[in-house]
Ligand binder design. Structure first.
Ligand SMILES: *[C@@H]1O[C@H](CO)[C@@H](O)[C@H](O)[C@H]1NC(C)=O
Ligand SMILES: *[C@@H]1O[C@H](CO)[C@@H](O)[C@H](O)[C@H]1NC(C)=O
Ligand SMILES: *[C@@H]1O[C@H](CO)[C@@H](O)[C@H](O)[C@H]1NC(C)=O
Ligand SMILES: *[C@@H]1O[C@H](CO)[C@@H](O)[C@H](O)[C@H]1NC(C)=O
Ligand SMILES: *[C@@H]1O[C@H](CO)[C@@H](O)[C@H](O)[C@H]1NC(C)=O
Length: 246
């Protein structure tokens, strides 16, 4: 229902520009190539695998620009690397940066969604120029639902993966980097003590609130966030992909 409402809202926004279209629900049969391999958004500086995260010492290697990358194996494993920054309208100097890494098992669901269940060894680093604790590391273990996905082909950009978040909102388009996934080993890579039972919540990764400050946080404090705010989105492509849904 949430998805339908979101898609309807997107349709209402975009259809006056693009005109009439037929209704297409993406299912795995609509993809023109397989999802297996590695995908990356924008300028492709964020890539899953050892160039992004080192779970052995809970650290990150900072990419030149923000972005996101997803990898999928043929036998059901995924990995996500995300680097994003967010401005603050009421306090323009208060830029928040988030580095996020997770991996685990995914399932392509019959209703066209993807569910991703992490191993529990994921983590993220949050830097907030204006917060009392301005830089900290926390565990990240959210199960994620992607309501829809689809792959299209652009004559110059190649294959493009479009993921839609649990609420139907599209992520930036991701370009195919490699047909064989660039990933860290597909097993738990560090010991994490499960936290006490907390009510389960559905939210996007930046809204994690079960903060567990890690000793590594203080080590990472040297990294300085650049003022490169936001994820690169190829507007035309995003429009084209949404139009296929209408
Ligand atoms: C669609 O993609 C899935 C996973 O990438 C794959 O298993 C399936 O064979 C693909 N379907 C077609 C028609 O290519
Ligand atoms: C963490 O481990 C990676 C690779 O194992 C290494 O390149 C990096 O220098 C280490 N970082 C720290 C802070 O020890
Ligand atoms: C923006 O910054 C102000 C002042 O630090 C803070 O109170 C507020 O929560 C921030 N808003 C967001 C959306 O981060
Ligand atoms: C699609 O299936 C997933 C997994 O079973 C479920 O969580 C999700 O709510 C379903 N989506 C819709 C729109 O029914
Ligand atoms: C991660 O989440 C799963 C599912 O909610 C839970 O079973 C597991 O104990 C969690 N692992 C850690 C280390 O928190």
């Amino acid at each position: 229902m949430q998805l339908l409402a979101a898609l309807a809202a997107a349709a209402a926004l975009i259809s006056p520009v693009l005109g009439q279209g037929t209704t297409i629900q993406y299912t795995p049969t609509h993809n023109i190539t397989t999802i297996y391999g590695t995908w990356a958004s924008g300028s492709k500086n964020v890539i899953t695998g050892p160039s992004f995260a080192s779970p052995n010492n809970v650290s990150f290697h900072y990419p030149a620009t923000t972005g996101m990358s997803y990898s999928f194996t043929t036998d059901g494993y995924y990995e996500i690397a995300r680097y994003r920054m967010e401005g603050n309208g009421s306090a323009p100097n208060c830029i928040t940066g988030v580095m996020n890494w997770a991996h685990g098992k995914y399932t392509l669901q019959p209703n066209g969604s993807i569910t991703m269940t992490p191993f529990g060894d994921g983590y993220q680093q949050i830097q907030d120029a204006c917060a009392a604790v301005s830089n900290f590391m926390q565990d990240y273990n959210d199960t994620e639902l992607y309501a829809q996905w689809g792959i299209s082909r652009d004559t110059t950009l190649g294959y493009i993966l479009q993921l839609y978040q649990f609420d139907g909102s599209p992520l930036p388009p991701q370009y195919q980097i490699s047909t064989s996934p660039i990933m860290l080993p597909t097993q738990p890579l560090r010991n994490v003590t499960p936290p006490p039972e907390t009510p389960s919540r559905k939210r996007s990764f930046e809204q994690e609130e079960n903060v567990q400050v890690d000793a590594a946080a203080t080590n990472g404090a040297t990294q300085i966030w650049s003022a490169n705010v936001g994820l690169a989105v190829v507007g035309g492509t995003a429009l084209a992909m949404v139009s296929a849904l209408l």
